[in-house]
Write a protein that binds this ligand. Structure first.
Ligand SMILES: Nc1ncnc2c1ncn2[C@@H]1O[C@H](COP(=O)(O)OP(=O)(O)O)[C@@H](O)[C@H]1O
Ligand SMILES: [Mg+2]
Length: 262
């Protein structure tokens, strides 16, 4: 099961959600997390400093290394395909390759035999790297920050998903939208949640992840939230998605198509 965490907006908790979900999936299965962002926040957030000579996502997508040669263990228990700024160069190098949107899918193939779940942390853009992630993925999870302009850009993300479903990867499903950094007692959060339900009626909206400084602290500690904080309300939304991924998706639910929000 390959899940891409994508939203071209930055700062919506794609990386944090990758770490939290990955950590919970590890409780019942094996999980590889892939850093597909040249900013390498996932790599840094798992406490890894890429040293010279360390193979990264760049080497894998430019076919200079096999994925399993580049994967490293982290103290969280998650296996990581690390990244660094060279991935930005990698994206440019892919531009001239034939079938360049399918390279990640092809390069991840050997990891599928080794790991039950692969989570791909996407960069904040709808460029070639994100298209590669969506072409390789079985499902996409869309973190959305409960903030002003949260829904801005969602329509173009959904259009991209539809194009990929139509042209490249018909079995790509939308797992759902994950509202993050929710402050349930504010009008803004209530407003965002109501708008999501109204505008994207055929896409599941998961229970929101509350806003808490514990998430930034857990990132600094290089640990998923359930290792770091005992508050059930912080862990429960991620737990529900982990259960959903290991259960419902593994049984292979029918493909969900996207209806564009107006
Ligand atoms: N639920 C949350 N509450 C408060 N801060 C959060 C929460 N989730 C993530 N953050 C923080 O928000 C910032 C952006 O999160 P990040 O996962 O890096 O987003 P993205 O990968 O989408 O750019 C980080 O500093 C992170 O620690
Ligand atoms: Mg990120």
């Amino acid at each position: 099961m390959i899940v891409a965490l994508a939203n071209q907006k930055g700062g919506v908790a794609k990386t944090t959600s990758t770490i939290c979900l990955g950590g919970l999936l590890l409780e019942s299965s094996s999980c590889l997390v892939v850093d597909l962002d040249p900013q390498a926040n996932l790599t840094i957030g798992l406490g890894v400093e890429v040293q010279s000579g360390q193979l990264t996502t760049y080497d894998v997508i430019t076919e200079q290394a096999e994925v399993l040669e580049a994967v490293i263990p982290t103290k969280s228990g998650l296996s990581l395909l690390p990244s660094d700024i060279s991935l930005a160069k990698g994206e440019t190098e892919l531009l001239t390759k034939v079938g360049n949107f399918l390279i990640l899918k092809e390069r991840l193939e050997p990891a599928k035999a080794q790991f039950q779940h692969i989570l791909i942390d996407c960069p904040p853009s709808l460029g070639l790297l994100t298209v590669n992630a969506l072409s390789a993925a079985d499902a996409i999870l869309i973190p959305v920050q409960c903030q002003f302009f949260a829904l801005k850009g969602l329509a173009s993300l959904l259009e991209t998903i539809q194009s990929i479903q139509r042209r490249i990867n018909p079995s790509l499903r939308i797992l759902g939208i994950l509202p993050t950094m929710a402050e349930m007692n504010t009008i803004m959060t209530q407003d965002v949640l109501a708008s999501l339900q109204k505008r994207f009626q055929d896409i599941p909206v998961f229970d929101p992840v509350p806003k808490s400084v514990k998430f930034a602290e857990s990132n600094l500690a290089g640990e998923p939230i359930h290792h770091y904080a005992s508050e059930k309300k912080l862990v429960a939304p991620y737990k529900a998605i982990a259960t959903f991924i290991t259960g419902e998706l593994r049984r292979g639910k029918k493909t969900r198509s996207v209806k564009r929000g107006e």
